[in-house]
Design a binder for this molecule. Structure first.
Ligand code: S3P
Length: 172
């Protein structure tokens, strides 16, 4: 089920601003494995996400993202995906058989986290309203790929990370 070279791999999915990167880093540190943020990999190789969306469109971004996810899964460790990775059926297929954690967050808690952001899908008036609509559209996909979910709304990220580590160790 997991990468044989790295039995403690974990994939984190969830909506924008659900804490995938901050929780993921902490989980990786505790497990003593590497951390990969697929968005960061895409930016390093292809430039800023808003420019990618503006110049080449979302479909192109999803292609780059699928390739980044495939590469990350082959390396193992803790892997944090962009919020929209699950919209792509082939990316969802790649996740099959991996331990996938779905991070959730409430609408109230997310409002603070979205302030001052540069996410292209939330650009314009009322980012929280857009976030809510997008999350509602994608929720089933998160549930489809996930093995378990944790809510990050009101608890310290370290506590959530510790719970994920405990869960992951039980899976071995
Ligand atoms: C996106 C989420 C972003 C990033 C891109 C698209 C989405 O990642 O991949 O802006 O479609 O939800 P975060 O979930 O880390 O914000």
């Amino acid at each position: 089920m997991t990468n044989a070279a790295d039995p403690l791999s974990v994939v984190l999915v969830g909506p924008m601003a659900s804490g995938k990167t901050s929780v993921g880093r902490r989980v990786a540190r505790r497990l003593g494995v590497g951390f990969i943020d697929t968005d960061k990999r895409i930016v390093a190789a292809h430039g800023p996400i808003p420019a990618l969306f503006a110049e080449h469109g979302e479909a192109h971004f999803r292609d780059l993202e699928r390739a980044a996810v495939a590469q990350a899964l082959s390396e193992g460790g803790v892997i944090s995906l962009g919020g929209g990775a699950v919209t792509d059926a082939d990316t969802r297929r790649l996740l099959h058989g991996h331990p996938v954690v779905f991070l959730t967050v409430s609408e109230d808690a997310v409002a603070d986290r979205l302030r001052g952001g540069t996410r292209p899908l939330l650009a314009g008036d009322d980012p929280v309203e857009r976030w809510k609509r997008i999350f509602a559209e994608r929720r089933e996909w998160y549930e489809e790929v996930a093995s378990i979910s944790f809510d990050t709304s009101r608890r310290p990220m370290q506590r959530i990370a510790d719970e994920i580590v405990a869960w992951r160790r039980e899976q071995r």
